[in-house]
Design a binder for this molecule. Structure first.
Ligand SMILES: [Zn+2]
Length: 279
């Protein structure tokens, strides 16, 4: 058995099949292709032209400057001549947060008021639960007495059956009430209230973070808030918010306590977080 280097290498030389060769080539081509797509048009897909409703697209100029413009897909729009620099667009889009900013003091005030209301409600719920449970005990005792009376032949069978049925019916009603109270108790939970509070305060922090981040991260932030933004003459013309931000954006005068309550109350079914804030 020969063990010279040449033969050793020859034995272990990998066999490259044509198929593998093709696969590697394909991978390289694909990678190159993907790389080419990663030119950062951060805000593309998020913007619409307010004039014609077409998507805004982007182009790279001088190899580094990104400009956005209307695709003019319907061929009816003059906006495609207005090129919007990414830097300016990023600044303009920071205005998205403005309709979502609440005065922290007021949020805290409402929060503490709700907390107080919830605590009062909890006391009421606990009392109601205790009352109903006491009633259940009374009814159980009555059932027993009634049965004894029937077995001792003091109570007639017809009376026994009728009275026993009444008691059973009342027990069913009470059990339903207890279930409802349990659900109510959960909705008055402090963690629910905390979540709602954070929802009101979050956009302020989002804006701070937005102003410090790069377009790609800014895009992610905007995408959590918005379905899209319509741009008209390089300015935000219309915003379509996702929930619950849509509801937050519609509350007028966010530094005024009474209007904040009105905003919620006038449209109570608008959004889950706000409905949970009610009652
Ligand atoms: Zn257009």
């Amino acid at each position: 058995m020969e063990r010279d280097g040449q033969k050793y290498l020859g034995k272990y030389e990998p066999i490259i099949s044509k198929k593998l060769f093709d696969e590697v080539q394909e991978m390289l081509v694909k990678k190159k292709h993907i790389k080419r797509q990663v030119i950062p048009f951060a805000f593309r897909g998020l913007l619409k032209c307010a004039k014609c409703g077409c998507q805004l697209t982007a182009t790279l100029k001088k190899g580094r400057l990104v400009y956005y413009y209307c695709t003019n897909g319907k061929n009816i729009c003059e906006e495609h001549k207005a090129y919007l620099k990414e830097e300016d667009l990023s600044k303009e889009l920071s205005g998205v947060f403005n309709t979502l900013l609440f005065d922290e003091k007021i949020v805290d005030l409402v929060y503490r008021q709700k907390l107080k209301e919830n605590q009062e409600a909890s006391v009421y719920i606990d009392e109601a639960v205790a009352g109903l449970n006491a009633r259940l005990k009374v009814l159980a005792e009555r059932k027993r007495v009634l049965l004894d009376g029937y077995l001792d032949k003091i109570v007639m069978e017809a009376d026994y059956r009728a009275k026993n049925k009444d008691i059973d019916n009342e027990v069913v009603v009470i059990s339903k009430d207890l279930e409802e109270l349990e659900i109510k108790k959960q909705s008055h939970d402090i963690s629910t209230l905390e979540r709602i509070k954070n929802c009101f305060l979050q956009p302020k922090q989002m804006k701070k973070d937005y102003l410090l981040s790069k377009p790609n991260e800014q895009r992610n932030t905007l995408a959590t808030l918005l379905w899209n933004a319509e741009i008209d003459n390089k300015k935000i013309a219309n915003l379509s918010f996702k929930q619950p931000y849509d509801a937050l954006s519609k509350i007028e005068n966010k530094s005024d306590f009474s209007s904040m309550r009105r905003g919620r109350d006038s449209n109570p079914r608008r959004v889950f977080t706000l409905t949970s804030f009610r009652d």
